[in-house]
Structure formats: structure tokens, C-alpha cells
Design a binder for this molecule. Structure first.
Ligand SMILES: Nc1nc2c([nH]c(=O)n2[C@H]2C[C@H](O)[C@@H](COP(=O)(O)OP(=O)(O)OP(=O)(O)O)O2)c(=O)[nH]1
Ligand SMILES: [Mg+2]
Length: 144
């Protein structure tokens, strides 16, 4: 008996929830072309060989936004399967240290409050990130 199985590609992603001094979070809008085009996300990207997740997050944020951050507490790790892609998103609270963020690899960036996140369209996996963020604020299990 033969069986055909399909394993979609699996991406390991470091994701940053970057806070500023006004307790706002930085989000970016993915470019219109490509996967999940036009949706908002927390900045981040694929881990490279030999990197820790913290190093990955710091590097991606420098490449995508041109800023320096401090990578803090782990918030949540999500394993999510889209139709043609599996992602593991390891999310950390981060603090903005220096530089003015620029949309170097995205369409647009914004500082928003936790409450304002509801007004933006995110990929499906992000529902759990946003829920975890709200919970971490309620329980004061917060940032650093
Ligand atoms: N950075 C980030 N990625 C997310 C979030 N939610 C979510 O489902 N993703 C998915 C979208 C992408 O498939 C993947 C992020 O990887 P990426 O930004 O390095 O990859 P990409 O597909 O844009 O580009 P490529 O490097 O593969 O060409 O994770 C999120 O909040 N932030
Ligand atoms: Mg990215």
C-alpha cells in the first residue's frame, strides 16, 4: 500500500514585541506582494544557523528597522500551520534602545497601544500572541 504525504516547509522565526517608553508596541505592515501581503505583524524573521533566538531577534530588528533593542523575557512560542507553511514563532518582549525605526523591509510601521492592536489585521497565528500579551499585562508578568 502506498501513501502520499505532504510536509509543508517549516520556518523557525524570532519575533519581537518592541516596547517604547510610552508603553507602545511597534508593528509593521508586510509588503503587498508575497506571503501574507498587506497584513500587520510584529517584526522578526528566520533564524540563521548557529544563532540563538535572542541573537536572531536583535539582528532581524536591526536589518528590518535600523534600531537597537534589548531582548527581554520570553512571551510565548507558537507552532502554527497555514495551508502551505508551518511556522514556529518564538516571541520575546523587547525594549527600544536607540535609533528611529524605519520601514526598511516593510510597507509601513506604527507605534500602537495594546488596546489599539485590535484595529489591525494580523496573520492567524498572531491571535495567540495578542492574547498572551493581554494576559501578561493583566498578571503584571510584564516585560523585564
Ligand atoms: N515576523 C513575523 N512573522 C510572522 C508573524 N506572524 C506570522 O504568521 N508570521 C509568519 C509570516 C512569515 O511566513 C514568517 C516570517 O518570516 P520572514 O519574515 O522571515 O519570512 P518571509 O516569508 O517574509 O520571507 P522569506 O525570508 O522567507 O523570503 O512568519 C509575526 O507576527 N511576525
Ligand atoms: Mg521578517
Amino acid at each position: 500500500m502506498s501513501q502520499t504525504s505532504f510536509f509543508p516547509p517549516h520556518k523557525i522565526i524570532g519575533v519581537a514585541v518592541i516596547w517604547n517608553a510610552q508603553e507602545q508596541i511597534l508593528i509593521d505592515r508586510r509588503r503587498p506582494e508575497g506571503a501574507m501581503g498587506g497584513l500587520w505583524e510584529f517584526p522578526g524573521g528566520k533564524i540563521e544557523p548557529g544563532e540563538t533566538i535572542q541573537e536572531c531577534i536583535q539582528r532581524e530588528i536591526s536589518e528590518e528597522l535600523g534600531i537597537i533593542i534589548e531582548v527581554g523575557k520570553h512571551l510565548i512560542t507558537i507552532d502554527h500551520s497555514y495551508i502551505d507553511l508551518r511556522v514556529t514563532l518564538t516571541v520575546h518582549h523587547c525594549r527600544h534602545l536607540t535609533g528611529v525605526p524605519q520601514p526598511l523591509e516593510s510597507d509601513e510601521i506604527r507605534w500602537v497601544t495594546l488596546e489599539q492592536l485590535e484595529q489591525f489585521s494580523f496573520p492567524k497565528a498572531n491571535i495567540q500572541i495578542i492574547a498572551a500579551l493581554k494576559q501578561s499585562k493583566e498578571t503584571k508578568d510584564f516585560i523585564f
